[in-house]
Design a protein around this ligand. Structure first.
Ligand code: AMP
Length: 569
């Protein structure tokens, strides 16, 4: 297919924010894609491979700027100036291309195949000296591209397509394009199931295009191919949790670690994170635990890995062990210094059979049967089954005392829905607390947030001084209708810049914000000696004078109080 057609589709579908209209436009577009062109489906989501595949385009803004500069004959500096004023590199490329258009007459026709071929070469190039090769691949595309094609090429390259098409939009469009109206409900479920199991939208498209419901059922869960994790909703209190789930239900510790989805097929064990990244190499001990302590030829387990102190055996917060996920060297040393315990809380597949449609009651019973608990290595997540609020409260307090985040309440009859934030699994965590702090620094964002400051350094006061206590990026919005935006904050802070280094700036303390947080921790990273966990913006406080922001004294008090709550609460 000509890339022009795809770019025109992107433009059309971006023109509406209404879901149903998007589905209609996409449905028409899907009818024009042949089965042999099914990989275009990846491009619709800004990708080049199925979701389960780890290869991503991964081009930095800097390289995109170079490519725009080269393909339009504009100085890099000029591209950057335009970027700062427009805030969207795609639009910059479109504009510069339009200006250049008058002077170039014939450019080659760009096809989606050619775009995919070049983009797919990018992740294969790694290490030193590959920048110029990448640049050549991108420039080749941009040189043949029209202004509109350039806009979407650049956005695809930097991972910021912004057309408002999600997997669920594609699902809706496939249903309406290839199946009769009366089968809609059933088809929709089957397509979702096929997407959940394969994590491959192009494969599902290929099957759906033939319009045979039965064929969708043939898509199976495959051990070794990552599956999206089921996500939880929130309940304010245990009573609310029971109201939503019914009694009795399963209550488990909500461990403060990171998610690990563990696949085993014969002797091969693969570990995936919540974002489907393969991290097997980083955790050789987990592979060993699975081999020794879990029975079964093949399975997929869902679990949380939690760090603990080697000496005291107390559980540690996630930050303390987060480096274990990324670090690819010194693994043995790290494994020894930062040991983890695997807490298995679900099972999705066992000995050749998918358990996605089985009840949680059955799944959790199976874990009990196949897993031999080994404290500080691998255990079945701590759990009670109860309908009593009193017992649940006691369990919740124990979880907090054990340094965990709270509890999860789970409906006994519920199935496993990959990738969905479901109402049958609820988290209960302590209330967040409020502080008023001043912004003393910021960092410019990338991708969708390029051109804006997107992360803010907060400080409390200590006498006349301001001491840093954390970095905040959540709670601020991208669109105006929803609340205070990054753009608004950037505008307020820009005139206050004192120092600039790379993407970070230091600003005069003036802008005061109210934030909530979940926990205060001791930290050497900030000069206050403390760090906030999960700080979230709630409001600008132009009404507050600097003298009234939270003091270090108050932070210390909150920290002590919280410690007492953990111990004795
Ligand atoms: P949140 O990230 O706050 O939405 O909470 C959901 C996360 O809690 C999951 O993605 C898991 O990583 C984690 N978690 C910890 N313990 C459990 C548990 N017992 N059951 C399910 N998820 C858990």
């Amino acid at each position: 297919m000509e890339y022009k057609k795809l770019a025109e589709f992107y433009e059309e579908v971006s023109g509406t924010t209404k879901r149903l209209e998007k589905i209609e436009i996409l449905s028409k577009f899907l009818k024009n894609i042949n089965e042999s062109e099914k990989d275009i489906l990846y491009l619709l989501l800004g990708d080049i491979y199925p979701e389960y595949d780890e290869r991503r385009i991964g081009i930095s803004n800097q390289l995109a700027i170079k490519a725009i500069s080269k393909s339009t004959g504009t100085e890099e500096k000029q591209v950057v100036i335009k970027w700062k004023s427009i805030g969207d590199l795609g639009k910059v490329a479109e504009k510069l291309k339009k200006q250049k258009r008058q002077s170039t007459l014939h450019s080659q026709i760009l096809t989606t195949e050619k775009v995919l071929t070049n983009l797919r070469k990018l992740p294969e190039l790694v290490g030193k000296g590959t920048v110029s090769k990448k640049l050549a691949l991108i420039t080749e595309l941009l040189t043949s591209a029209s202004p509109l094609e350039s806009l979407y090429l650049i956005r695809t390259l930097i991972g910021d397509l912004r057309i408002g098409v999600k997997e669920s939009t594609i699902k809706g469009a496939m249903v309406s394009a290839f199946f009769p109206e009366k089968e809609k409900k059933e088809v929709s479920k089957k397509i979702q199931d096929a997407i959940d199991k394969s994590n491959d939208i192009a494969l599902v498209f290929e099957i759906a295009k033939k319009g045979k419901l039965k064929n969708l059922e043939k898509v199976l869960l495959e051990v070794g191919k990552p599956i999206k994790a089921m996500l939880a909703q929130k309940a304010k209190t245990i009573a609310d949790g029971f109201k939503a789930l019914g009694k009795p239900c399963v209550i488990e510790y909500k461990y403060d670690g990171f998610r690990l989805i563990i696949h085993k097929k014969d002797d091969k064990i693969i570990l995936f994170t919540r974002s489907l990244e393969n991290v097997t190499k980083q955790f050789p001990e987990v592979v060993d635990y699975i081999k020794k302590h879990v029975k079964g030829k093949s399975f997929i387990l869902d679990s949380e890995a939690v760090g603990y102190d080697k000496k005291t055996k107390e559980y540690k917060p996630f930050q303390d062990i987060s480096q274990r996920i990324r670090r690819k060297y010194d693994i043995e040393k790290l494994q020894n210094e930062l040991p983890i315990e695997i807490n298995v809380f679900d099972i999705i597949y066992y000995n050749g059979k998918s358990l996605l449609h089985e009840s949680f009651e059955k799944r959790t019973a199976l874990i009990r049967k196949i897993l031999r608990n080994q404290k500080y290595k691998i255990i079945h997540a701590k759990q009670i089954i109860t309908g009593s609020e009193k017992k649940a409260e006691k369990f919740y307090k124990n979880a907090l005392k054990d340094n965990q985040e709270g509890i999860m309440m789970k409906n006994l009859k519920a199935t496993y829905n990959p990738g969905s934030r479901v109402g049958h699994m609820l988290k209960v965590k302590p209330e967040e607390r409020d502080l008023d702090l001043v912004i003393v620094g910021a960092e410019y964002g990338t991708g969708k947030r390029s051109g804006w400051m997107s992360s803010f350094i907060l400080a409390c006061k200590d006498g006349k001084e301001f001491l840093e206590i954390g970095k905040m990026g959540t709670g601020i919005k991208e669109k105006q209708e929803q609340g205070t935006t990054f753009e608004e904050l950037t505008k307020k802070l820009t005139p206050l810049i004192i120092k600039e280094k790379g993407k970070t700036v230091q600003v005069k303390p003036k802008i005061i914000v109210s934030i909530t947080y979940q926990e205060i921790q001791k930290s050497p990273n900030y000069n206050s000696g403390f760090a906030l966990r999960f700080p979230r913006f709630t409001a600008l406080r132009p009404d507050k004078p600097l003298s009234e922001i939270t003091s270090l004294e108050e932070i210390k008090k909150d920290f002590e109080k919280q410690k007492r709550n953990y111990r004795f609460g």
